[in-house]
Design a binder for this molecule. Structure first.
Ligand code: NAD
Length: 448
C-alpha cells in the first residue's frame, strides 16, 4: 500500500518509518528545507532511540523516501496522513489548525485518485469534518474519505509504542476507509492489538481525553507530593500503595517539577477550550492547567529557599534540560522557567543535557553556560539542581560529587538519588514529596 505522510516531525517521521517497516511504501513530505535536507542525507533531525537505524534500513530497502514536493509525494497515494504540528494558538489556548488546513488544501489540489485523508495530528473535535469540507471545496471532483487516527506514541519510546501499541483508534465515516486503515495496521493483528473503530468525532476526542487524564494523574501526584512534604510522608510509598491497585495503575504517578513537552500542556489547554466552547466545561482539566503552570513557576523558588533565600552570585549546576529523558524536545520544558528565574535572580548557571543542549539555547537566557558533561557542570557549584532524570546522572557517585562541588545543596526535582546515601555524603538534599530531616526543615522554614 502506498502511504504519504505530510510532515516529517516526531510523529510523521516515526510513524512513516514504522509503516515502512510494516512493508508499506511510504513517502514523507516535509516542508522545512533544513529538515528535508538532513533526512535526504541520511541524518535524523531529532533524537529518538532506534530511529536512525529504522529509517536507514527502510530507505535502503526502497520503502521509505522523503520529498518537499507534494506532486511527487502524492503520486498514487492510497492513504495520506496529516502529521503536522497543532501548537497552542496565541492568545486563546485553542489548537492552531493553520498547518492542518493548509496541508488539507495542498493534498486536495494534488491528489489524482481516491485516497483516505487521515488526521494523525492531535486535533479538536470537528477538525476532520472541516478537513472534508476543505477538500470538497478545493476539489469538487475528487473521490475521497476523511478519517481520524490519533497517535499515542511517547517521545523516547516512540518506536516501541508505535510497533506495540496498547490500542489503535480509527475514526471513519465509510466502510471503505475503515477497511483500508485496518489493512494498514494488519501487522498489529498478529500481536492482538485492539483496534477501535469509531466515529471521527469520538476518535478526535479520545486523544484529548487520554492525554488530559494522564496530565491529571501527574498533577494529582505532584500535589500529593507537596502534602507529603508537609506531613512527613514519602510520596513514592504513597504512589506505590495507590498504584498497585489495578483500578489506578502505577504509571504516571512519579512526582516532579510539573509536566511539560510538546503534548500535555497544549492538549490540556485545548481540551479545556473545547469543553468551554461546547458548553460542557472540563473543570478538572482547567484546574490541571492552572495547577501545573503554577507548579512550574514555583520550582525555582524551591532552589532559592534551599540556597538560604538568595542565589545572587551563586554558581548553580543544572542537570537535564529536556522535558523528559530520551528526547531532545525542549517544548514547554520545566527547565525553562527554572533556569530563567535563577538567572534573573543573579545566579550563574552551568547546565548540561545529554541531547537537548542545542535545542535549549533559544529557550534559555544568553548568560547560561553550557558544559560538556554532568561533572563539568557540577564542578565548583554551590548547588546542583536535577531537572530531568537522565540515567547517566544516577551513575555519579555521591562522594565524587561532594568532592567536586563547592557547596553542598542538591535540589532533586526527579528524586533520582537515595536520600540516605546522598545525605551520608554530606549533602543538604531536597527531594520532591519527601520530608526534610528536622534540622534542615527548620532552616528551610527560616529562609522562607
Ligand atoms: P513537529 O513540529 O515535530 O512536526 C511537524 C512537521 O510538519 C514539521 O517538521 C513541519 O515542518 C511539517 N509541516 C508542517 N506543515 C507542512 C506541510 N504543509 N507540508 C509538509 N510538512 C509540513 O510536530 P510533532 O511533534 O510531530 O506533532 C505533530 C502532531 O502530532 C501534533 O498534533 C501533536 O500534538 C501530535 N502528537 C505528537 C506527539 C509527540 O510526542 N510529539 C505524540 C502524539 C501526537
Amino acid at each position: 500500500m502506498r502511504v504519504t505522510m505530510i510532515g516529517g516531525g516526531y510523529v510523521g517521521l516515526v510513524s512513516g518509518a514504522c509503516f515502512a517497516e510494516f512493508g508499506m511504501e511510504v513517502t514523507i513530505v516535509e516542508a522545512d528545507e533544513r529538515k528535508l535536507g538532513a533526512l535526504r542525507e541520511g541524518r535524523i533531525p531529532i533524537f529518538e532511540p532506534g530511529l536512525d537505524r529504522l529509517v536507514s534500513e527502510n530507505v535502503a530497502a526502497g520503502r521509505l523516501s522523503f520529498t518537499g514536493d507534494m506532486d511527487e509525494g502524492l503520486a498514487d497515494a492510497e492513504v495520506v496522513f496529516i502529521a503536522v504540528g497543532t501548537p497552542t494558538r496565541r492568545g486563546d489556548g485553542h489548537a492552531d489548525l493553520t498547518y492542518v488546513y493548509q496541508a488539507a488544501q495542498q493534498v486536495a489540489r494534488k491528489l489524482k485518485n481516491y485516497a483516505v485523508i487521515v488526521t494523525k495530528s492531535t486535533v479538536p473535535v470537528g477538525t476532520g469534518r472541516r478537513v472534508a469540507e476543505i477538500v470538497r471545496e478545493t476539489r469538487p471532483d475528487l473521490d475521497f474519505d476523511v478519517a481520524s487516527n490519533p497517535e499515542f506514541l511517547r517521545e523516547g519510546n516512540a518506536i516501541g509504542d508505535f510497533m506495540r501499541p496498547d490500542r489503535v483508534v480509527i475514526g471513519v465515516e465509510s466502510d471503505r476507509a475503515a477497511d483500508i486503515l485496518r489493512s494498514l495496521y494488519r501487522p498489529l493483528f498478529l500481536i492482538e492489538t485492539p483496534i477501535i473503530v469509531t466515529s471521527i468525532e469520538t476518535a478526535e476526542l479520545t486523544k484529548y481525553a487520554a492525554n488530559s487524564f494522564l496530565a491529571m494523574k501527574v498533577t494529582f501526584i505532584n500535589e500529593v507530593a507537596d502534602l507529603c512534604e508537609r506531613v512527613g510522608a514519602d510520596v513514592h510509598d504513597v504512589a506505590r500503595g495507590m498504584g498497585l491497585d489495578g483500578r489506578i495503575g502505577r504509571k504516571f504517578l512519579h512526582p516532579g517539577p510539573g509536566f511539560g513537552g510538546s503534548c500535555f500542556p497544549k492538549d490540556t489547554l485545548a481540551m479545556a477550550r473545547i469543553g468551554q466552547d461546547a458548553g460542557a466545561p472540563q473543570r478538572l482539566v482547567e484546574t490541571v492547567v492552572t495547577v501545573n503552570d503554577a507548579r512550574k513557576s514555583t520550582m525555582a523558588r524551591r532552589v532559592i529557599l534551599a540556597c538560604g533565600g538568595s542565589v545572587r552570585g551563586k554558581r548553580i549546576a543544572v542537570w537535564g534540560l529536556t522535558f523528559k529523558p530520551e528526547t531532545d524536545d525542549m517544548r514547554d520544558a520545566p527547565s525553562i522557567p527554572i533556569v530563567s528565574r535563577l538567572v534573573e535572580d543573579g545566579a550563574e548557571l552551568h547546565v548540561f543535557d545529554p541531547e537537548g543542549m542545542e535545542q535549549a539555547r533559544p529557550h534559555l537566557p544568553p548568560q547560561v553556560i553550557y558544559t560538556t558533561d554532568p561533572i563539568e557542570a557540577a564542578t565548583g557549584a554551590d548547588a546542583l539542581v536535577i531537572v530531568t532524570e537522565w540515567n547517566l546522572f544516577r551513575a555519579v557517585a555521591p562522594a565524587r560529587l561532594k568532592a567536586l562541588m563547592r557547596g553542598s545543596v542538591i535540589v532533586d526535582l526527579r528524586n533520582i538519588f537515595d536520600p540516605a546515601a546522598i545525605r551520608a555524603a554530606g549533602f543538604a538534599y531536597h527531594a520532591i514529596g519527601r520530608a526534610l530531616p528536622p534540622v534542615e526543615e527548620a532552616a528551610r522554614r527560616g529562609a522562607a
